[in-house]
Design a protein around this ligand. Structure first.
Ligand code: F6R
Length: 246
């Protein structure tokens, strides 16, 4: 594992964007696994800026998003489809048909999960997976559990996650209780994983994820087993990590 220390959120965003843009410059046909949430917003802003300056070209890139809420239409401002369009896709030259987000409105959610896994394997897997870290240690919406869920599946969100996401909705009762998430297998099979973390509220869980026991009760702890994990975190998120381990 490689831990890259950033001074603050902006520095974290720029450093992580550098990793993604290097991937796309070196391998224009890359399959990028993408995340939503507050953490990667600065990464997307930086990539948009470099795209606009002509430094990076997304025309041959394919993207697969980690997750989507169940029951929100794609034009709902809190759907992850909408988030990706608003915060990234509409500002760059990625081909819309090459962008994939699980369909949270599918009548048959199980069939949708099977389709999504087939789609990812049909693309040859993910070259670079961008991840944020949930306060519960979740990655995607793989919540703490008794076992690691391997395939794309429907999840019931934990109260802590609903609370954390409530800030984006008018009130907590509007936060969907279910989501579709890519499973641990597709994430772990990504050739490279880029975990971005900022803020003191993530310090404890980041330490447990990277240096605690590998357990499904801290889903991100499985990342310790990945052969090519890059962590870009700001100083505040790194405060609980023993400097000797970095
Ligand atoms: C989003 C996702 C989630 C977030 C996590 C952290 O697609 O998969 O796992 O990465 O909830 O969210 P933020 O960045 O808002 O703290």
């Amino acid at each position: 594992m490689k831990i890259i220390e950033a001074t603050d959120y902006q520095d974290m965003s720029r450093k992580a964007a550098n990793v993604i843009s290097a991937q796309v410059i070196l391998f224009p046909k890359s399959v990028l696994g993408l995340a939503t949430g507050s953490t990667p917003l600065g990464v997307y802003r930086q990539l948009i800026d470099w795209y606009q300056k002509g430094d990076v070209d997304f025309s041959k890139v394919t993207s697969v998003n980690l997750d989507e809420y169940c029951g929100l239409p794609v034009d709902h401002p809190q759907s992850y489809y909408y988030y990706m369009k608003e915060n990234f896709f509409q500002h760059i030259n990625i081909q819309p048909q090459n962008t994939h987000v699980p369909n949270g409105l599918a009548n048959d959610i199980h069939a949708e999960c099977v389709r999504y896994d087939k789609l990812i394997s049909g693309l040859g897997g993910i070259d670079l997976q961008l991840l944020g870290l949930g306060h519960t240690g979740h990655i995607g919406f793989n919540e703490p559990d008794e076992s690691f869920d391997k395939t794309t599946h429907k999840v019931t969100l934990k109260q802590k996650t609903i609370d954390a996401n409530a800030r984006f909705f008018n009130n907590e009762s509007e936060v969907p209780q279910y989501a579709i998430t890519m499973g641990i297998k597709a994430i772990m099979q990504a050739k490279k994983i880029l975990l971005v973390v900022n803020g003191s509220d993530k310090a404890e869980i980041l330490n447990r994820s990277l240096f605690g026991p590998i357990t499904p009760s801290v889903p991100a702890s499985i990342l310790q087993l990945h052969p090519n994990l890059i962590v870009v975190a700001d100083e505040q998120a790194l405060t609980k990590i023993d400097p000797k381990l970095m």
